[in-house]
Design a protein around this ligand. Structure first.
Ligand code: JFZ
Length: 423
């Protein structure tokens, strides 16, 4: 398989589900009755909880409501194409049966291999299964990075941790659960390049088609991982992904109610795919194994919208940069098609106006219903300005995001601003 073929599922996907789940779902953002600085999955480090105390959560972890098939049926309905589960986050606790460490779900009353169940259900739903693995930080391991309240940094032997825990555990993940779409590494900090390369080689040797995200470090990964919650301003013509939270935490938090709305998510999805990237949006299930109600509601609304308007997201490439910001929403682009996403109806009245775009339109219509729309081209010679007006129904049929398709011939030509006054 050449590299484009390896990458294809990823660049076609556009939308993925991140799942942060682990022991931290039990304290859920609070320790000894007090709110701890977010994010909730960092509670052990942020509250400097002694390992001996945090470890007691192992005896409490019993998510009796967990049903991998329920989760993955939901994921399918959300419209995501891949799912990435925290197989081991920074706290060091593995959600799977590991010979390399008994700090895992198998030591809890639950005693079920969550990675196995999710891998199976994920594939049954036709989704790509991926795992997150914290390679550098492991707050349970004296030799790993991160825990300087239980362990003395000076006696740390990182290579020992790397050889005896990271590599064996990565081998387990890439051997025992069938095809893994990608392995998502994180917080490489100052990990030496030679070890990062050794880890990448290890992954390639175990599963050559498994992708590696950018946070393995040093540009060794298969694509760029953007900063959390950040969408680049300009298009980026290489595979990339923005990981994003739905509230202010990755792990489940009982004290975080600042959810993004479905419109917020669609706006970001449009912005991300218009710039050539993927959105990896997070879900933090609770300690019983349920998706928080509000998160489920928002994801479901996005999924229902995608069901009707998916063509404007999945089958797309980088969209042209217009001259002006689109106050009404955003633009995505398919083959010989532009999609206008009307996210803010207040800015359109009964027509959308696009300035300084020359487009040979064959047909304009509403994506959802096929209703044909009238278009008017104007050119004002004295101002050298093109205006393309597309008549839209008022009220708009979908207040979340009404999508208009402009089928066209040839490439769109954007007339960017030039100085006409400087001579
Ligand atoms: C990391 C983790 O520490 C966090 O718990 C979560 O798993 C998230 C997806 O990734 O946090 C980061 C890593 C990198 C940046 C910010 C937070 N960054 O580059 O801005």
């Amino acid at each position: 398989m050449n590299n484009n073929q390896r990458m294809k599922w990823f660049t076609d996907s556009k939308f993925g589900l991140f799942i942060h789940w682990g022991l931290y779902a039990l304290p859920a953002g609070q320790w000894l009755g007090k709110k701890v600085e977010y994010p909730a999955e960092w509670i052990m480090k942020n509250a400097k909880i002694p390992l001996a105390e945090y470890r007691k959560l192992v005896e409490q972890f019993n998510p009796i409501d967990f049903d991998a098939y329920v989760w993955m049926r939901k994921a399918k309905a959300y419209g995501v194409k891949y799912v990435c589960l925290t197989a081991k986050h920074h706290d060091g606790f593995a959600l799977y049966d590991s010979d390399a460490s008994d700090y895992s779900v198998m030591s809890t009353p639950f005693r079920r291999d969550i990675v196995r169940e999710l891998a199976e259900a994920c594939k049954a739903e036709g989704l790509i299964f991926c795992v997150y693995y914290s390679q550098m930080q492991d707050w349970e391991d004296a030799n790993a990075d991160g825990n300087d309240w239980d362990f003395d940094r000076k006696t740390k032997n990182f290579v020992k941790y790397f050889q005896t825990k990271v590599k064996p555990q990565v081998r387990e993940l890439l051997t025992n659960y069938g095809d893994i779409g990608m392995i998502w590494f994180d917080t490489p900090y100052d990990m030496p390049k030679t070890l990062c390369q050794e880890l990448a080689d290890w992954v390639h040797q175990l599963q050559p088609d498994c992708l590696i995200n950018g946070r393995i470090g040093y540009g060794i990964g298969d694509y760029r991982t953007m900063s959390d919650n950040n969408i680049p301003v300009l298009a980026f013509d290489e595979p990339w992904e923005t990981p994003m939270t739905l509230n202010n935490n990755w792990g489940f938090s009982k004290v975080d109610f600042e959810w993004k709305s479905a419109k917020d998510v669609i706006r970001m999805l449009v912005s991300v795919v218009g710039k050539g990237g993927n959105l990896l949006l997070n879900m933090g299930p609770d300690a019983l194994g349920n998706f928080p109600e509000k998160a489920d509601e928002v994801f479901s609304q996005v999924g229902a919208w995608l069901k009707k308007n998916g063509e404007s997201i999945y089958q797309t490439n980088i969209a042209p940069d217009l001259t002006y910001q689109t106050r009404w929403g955003g633009l995505t682009a398919g083959k010989d098609r532009l999609y206008l996403h009307i996210l803010d109806g207040r800015e359109v009245d009964d027509e959308v106006v696009i300035y300084d775009l020359e487009l040979n339109i064959k047909k304009a219509y509403l994506l959802e219903t096929g209703q044909v729309l009238e278009t008017i081209h104007l050119y004002e010679p004295a101002r050298d300005e093109f205006r393309l007006r597309v008549k839209v129904p008022n009220p708009l049929p979908d207040l979340l995001d009404t999508v208009i398709v402009l089928e066209h011939d040839g490439d769109p030509v954007v007339h960017s601003l030039e100085s006409k006054f400087s001579e």
